[in-house]
Design a protein around this ligand. Structure first.
Ligand code: SF4
Length: 381
């Protein structure tokens, strides 16, 4: 049985048919119900089994809190249902006014080469364009989000990837970063545009394979979910190991040491969507920073599901409450371990949104990168 098969509440088939299952979601654990009383996971499953896919399922944030066991995944079911709804409705992802979707359409047509690596300066070490390497870094849309959003949110998403390369360099890795990588396809998947999704996945597979990559690391929760769980279902020969960067860094433990930091940070408690294997790597890595106090956020939940296309009133209120809960910890900074989530929170905090919270929002990797020292074994890497 594959990892994917085990992680499947209802025996969801690739063709979006739902089989009977024995395990039911635990409705009372669902955070979305607080914002929409008519959102009841078990009811949505019953409706989906009739073949009529409920639109409401788009509000699912993929937190896994309703999944009764680690082998039973509601997000797996919701993911397929959302895609089926998208197909039925001929839904078009309109993230950032459709600008991102337009970029993806150009990538699909492959009419010109991209110029997407200017943010990698000489201080960072990546494999040369013709060089092979075991480890690839999946960057996603960040170079485009720098332009679409950077000025508005006062933060360029590629800064997290600069930090990622710096951290990888510090453990002796010069990652492969593809000059023509294409969007992972999460939004197209949820729109039910499987043709586009498969073109994008095949393209990424071919480019990583041609560079000899065996392990792909990413700093984005949705790219991680797509590359690890959606691609193996639809992309032939997708046999890469896909890891969150934080898990990769813990696996290479002992090679990364940190300077002392007398400050207090807040982190989200791990959930299965972002920490699928229950590795708790964020906490483990932060524990290795001398003097750092880590507070866990109680209550409140960021939206952890769906690509850029999933912006709605429920996620907005969830994210506001998440930041308020982070504020209540008394920490100065909340660390976000996903670039997508980080950008969404910063984007939502623009004037007029949730200015009532004051906690600083920072990316985990930028934070770690500013604090590590180079292990002597890798000095000069
Ligand atoms: S995964 Fe989370 S948001 Fe989705 S139905 Fe379950 S508890 Fe609710």
């Amino acid at each position: 049985m594959t990892d994917h098969d085990k992680h499947n509440l209802l025996g969801v088939k690739c063709d979006s048919e739902l089989a009977d299952g024995t395990e039911r979601p635990v409705d009372s654990n669902c955070p979305v119900t607080k914002y929409r009383e008519d959102f009841v996971p078990s009811r949505l499953i019953d409706e989906a089994k009739t073949g009529w896919f409920p639109k409401l399922i788009r509000h699912c944030i993929g937190c896994e809190l309703c999944s009764p066991t680690t082998n039973a995944s509601f997000p797996e079911c919701a993911d397929t249902c959302i895609s089926a709804v998208g197909k039925q409705e001929e839904f078009s992802p309109m993230a950032f006014g459709g600008a991102l979707d337009a970029i993806v359409s150009i990538q699909i047509k492959q009419e010109s080469r991209q110029n997407r690596l200017e943010w990698i300066d000489e201080s960072l070490h990546v494999a040369d364009e013709n060089e092979k390497g075991d480890v690839g870094l999946f960057v996603g849309d960040s170079p485009y989000l720098d332009i679409l959003l950077g000025d508005e949110i006062g933060f360029k998403p590629t800064e997290e990837f600069r930090a990622a390369i710096d951290l990888l360099n510090s453990v002796g890795i010069h990652p492969v970063v593809l000059p023509d990588e294409v969007d992972a396809g999460g939004d197209r998947f949820h729109a039910g545009d499987m043709e586009a999704f498969i073109i994008l996945g095949n393209r990424n597979r071919d480019m990583f394979k041609s560079r000899g990559v065996k392990t792909i690391v990413t700093t984005c929760d949705d790219c991680y979910y797509t590359l690890r769980f959606r691609y193996p279902r639809y992309i032939d020969d997708w046999d890469f190991k896909v890891m969150r960067l934080v898990d990769f860094l813990v696996e290479h433990g002992g090679k990364l040491t940190f300077l002392s930091a007398k400050e207090t940070v807040a982190i989200q408690s791990p959930d299965l969507y972002t920490d699928h294997d229950g590795l708790d790597s964020v906490r483990k890595l932060l524990k290795s920073i001398p003097g750092l106090t880590v507070k866990e956020i109680e209550g409140g939940h960021p939206s952890t599901f769906g690509g850029w296309g999933q912006f709605d009133s429920v996620t907005k209120r969830l994210e506001t409450d998440f930041l308020k809960a982070a504020d209540r910890t008394g920490a100065v900074t909340v660390l976000i371990p996903s670039t997508r989530m980080l950008v969404r929170l910063l984007e939502g905090r623009r004037p007029g949104s949730w200015e009532e919270t004051s906690i600083e929002i920072k990316g985990l990797y930028g934070f770690l990168s500013g604090k590590h020292t180079v292990h002597e074994e890798f000095a000069g890497a």
